[in-house]
Design a protein around this ligand. Sequence first.
Ligand code: HEC
Length: 130
Amino acid sequence: MKKLVVFAALCTAMVACGSGDTKKGTEEKPAGGASTSAPEASANDKGLDMIASLDCTTCHKINEKNIGPAYTDVAKKYETTDANIETLAQKVIKGGSGNWGSVPMTPHPALSVDSAKEMVRYILNLKNAK
Ligand code: HEC
């Protein structure tokens, strides 16, 4: 009988402990997930987030030429003016070639002008990053 009581107590202790553990586990998960998905660059770079979530990185790298020009080279080529932001945003949406060579950029017709401008602004601002 005494053994049974001890056993029951042990069970209760284990269950209590177990539930405590699972609670702890779920509490820790969101924090871990958030830290792994945090972008490398500063958090205010909304444009960078968009670039990362779209297909841009297939052809573009920040610092080196890939299929498309390096974003830092694009930043060097164009002044950060409203007119250039508009022109380049349209280019991202409509695609095309000629400014960097004969390889065309694919069009991105699903993008809004505002989203395209946000990304172009980020790209052109790379010249201030150094
Ligand atoms: C299929 C490959 C490809 C993809 C995908 C791509 N680009 Fe390009 N991009 C290019 C090429 C090639 C050029 C050079 C075009 C030229 O010579 O005028 C370019 C040029 C650019 C330029 C400079 C345009 C100019 O006229 O100087 C910007 C800005 C740009 N891309 C942004 C983006 C953004 C933002 C995305 C994602 C929405 C993107 N690109 C996706 C290939 C790509």
